[in-house]
Design a protein around this ligand. Sequence first.
Ligand code: ZN
Ligand code: ZN
Length: 432
Amino acid sequence: MTPKPQYRSLRGMPDILSEDAAAMRWIENVAREVFKIFGYKEIRTPLLESTEVFTRSIGEDTDIVEKEMYSFLDRGGKNISLRPEGTASVIRAYIEHGWNNTEDITKLYYSGAMFRGERPQKGRLRQFHQIGAEIIGGSDPYIDAEIICSLNALLSRLGIEEFTILVNSLGCTKDRTDYKKALANHLKKKDSGLCDNCKRRSHTNVLRVLDCKKKECKDVVENAQGILEYLCEGCLGDYELLKNILSGLGVAFCEKEDLVRGLDYYTGTIFEVVHSSLGAQDAIAAGGRYDNLTKQMGGPDVGATGYALGMERLLLAIDRSNFKSDTPGVLVMPLDEECYTETFRAVNELRLKGVACNADLSGRSFKRQMRKANKEKRAFVIIIGEDEIKSGKVVLKDMETGEQEALSIDDVVKKLGRAMDARRKEKNDKNT
Ligand SMILES: [Zn+2]
Ligand SMILES: [Zn+2]
């Protein structure tokens, strides 16, 4: 009996096993292609940052900073945190490398693990993965449109159907201040109807009350005025122009006036993508403009916008038949133990020439090796016996047709290359 494992991965931090890993890699590859077409450069920021990078940007009065960050003192007594999201680190890097001195617009994307010490529940992990994009250096509606178009293109390229892009505008700082005041006033009258969290938030970060999923809070905010009433002429004009650009391009979207984002740093146009497969209206991607953040973090006064996609949610939304998971390579089978050395040599040579292969040198009989090759759905097997060793050739067997022929290793490499090309072409033809 296998003993019970002594160590297990931490709660909410699961291993990602081969099939999911292959799906994640496929998603990342598609994202890389799309970002390249849209002109983004990749950035890989560290997993650990000074805690202040996040408290200054995300905001003290957010769930993330209040209770979800993995923060601790390092050996030198410095307060550091595992990144709970990507934007703060990207902006920290943008300022640190002085990108504003060398380019007007900086477009960056990232992909990687994020960490939040949430109570693990369905769809919420403590280590999760995000793909994100940011455009820093400008704030016109064409940039908003571009960032939304790149997200739309990415979701389409991933073959995700029936997603909805929700948009709203939070206006400039003044608009937001006016609206917050009005909303706080509205809530004051009905304070008693709110949940405990929202009672507190209505004083500290009133927009967050709009985010609350509790029914009693939804009822209270239902007949509050929307933020669009409070937008100044400039912000309203920008928002109208954005919607016109998107409509003109045929990018479908829905306006959602009670859409706010949980983080403090958002201004202007914000958006979210929801997908039917996820239930509970969970967003697959979210983002928006954050014009004050770079300055707030000690950098230049430049506009910026961006979004992040939840990798684990994408895994639920993609159709996995759109891509091939890792197919097993060729199985090289010795006829008997006398041939092991020669088999091992052949495997090594094939691998050096780029053929993915394994050999079974476990002492299994030839018949059982063949059964194993069938079970593992190997497309080809290579058989090595005494005759083959003498003639300097091996037998390549096509498992689909049953055909087999004796070939030199070089010819095997050529033939497998051609077979793989043909299969790839067949797959591409099917996809177009
Ligand atoms: Zn405004
Ligand atoms: Zn509430």
